[in-house]
Design a protein around this ligand. Sequence first.
Ligand SMILES: Nc1ncnc2c1ncn2[C@@H]1O[C@H](COP(=O)(O)OP(=O)(O)OP(=O)(O)O)[C@@H](O)[C@H]1O
Ligand SMILES: [Mg+2]
Length: 337
Amino acid sequence: MADKLGLGIDLGTANLLVFLEKKGIIFNQPSVIAFDRESGQIVAAGKAAHNMLGKVHDKISVIKPLKNGVISDMKAAKELLTYVLKEVENLTEKDLTNTSCVMCCPSEVTRIERDIIIDLARHMGISDVLIDEEIKAAALGANIDIFKSKGVMVVDIGGGTTDVGVLSFGDIVLSRTIRMAGTYIDTELAKQIKQNEKVEIGELTAEKCKIDLADLRSDAAEKTNRYAGRDIVRGIPKWVDVSSKDVNKVVVPTYEEVVKLISAVLKDTPPELSADIYQHGIHLTGGGSLIKGVEEFISSRIKVPVSVVANPLTCVAEGSKYLLKNRGDYLVNPLKL
Ligand SMILES: Nc1ncnc2c1ncn2[C@@H]1O[C@H](COP(=O)(O)OP(=O)(O)OP(=O)(O)O)[C@@H](O)[C@H]1O
Ligand SMILES: [Mg+2]
């Protein structure tokens, strides 16, 4: 029998990344799929489907299969993954039966949510599936050695969840997840603009506003940009001016919640591990770590050094390579294999 294919899947709320052993990351695009409502046929997936959000007619349904870090639409998730694997690598269900697959998930998911991920893999024809935590994969993918008996803290701020974990000796010692991250900010920002300016903006515009204007630095200069939306009273297109101050009204409280979560985890961390973290700092991963000034914002409140890893958007998928090697065994340091 041919060698098993090794596949690592980071099915995130915002982005889907697929890692294929011996090839590397073969897909890195938004977790979005578009179907023709009548025939059920796939119209687009990934970036092309993401660009359709809020822009297509009724005959097309554009779906994000994940909400807050977990699968909310199993059929769409399966179709998205199957489509991507076929399109990019021409992998069929037959190839998938001979595959070892690691799927990453937030650290605090329910048993049912984990079972749904296993079901998804099984529905795709994959029988050998391993579920492991994103923060563990993220640490390995960022080349952080978690196999020493030394406390390492990883904070992953993604689209749907913020995950804080303390790792030592190859596994997670403690962790907490909140279902609040980038997408929450986009939604709240759109709500705030609607309420204050009486202009409705779409989710793509809200995300752009955040990426353009959010700035957590204490000395950040104020900036204003103009975005297109719809006047909710008259129903006609309208420009709206949004300032960095408006955006920060949503961003700052969200990052204060992240700080609270980190503090809560630190409070429960055994003292020896906590001493390691104070000495070596906190590692940030995920798209939410790309907001300007995030290190300063967190470190000034927690009084611990904070740094963003070199590959915040891809480290989970890159780390799946190592999880495929050690298959959850904390005694096997895959960074050294
Ligand atoms: N430069 C940036 N500034 C602010 N936010 C950003 C930036 N780049 C990306 N993001 C945000 O990061 C989020 C996506 O991050 P990531 O890809 O880590 O999430 P995910 O893995 O799909 O989600 P999750 O792990 O929560 O399921 C989006 O909300 C996006 O708007
Ligand atoms: Mg993620």
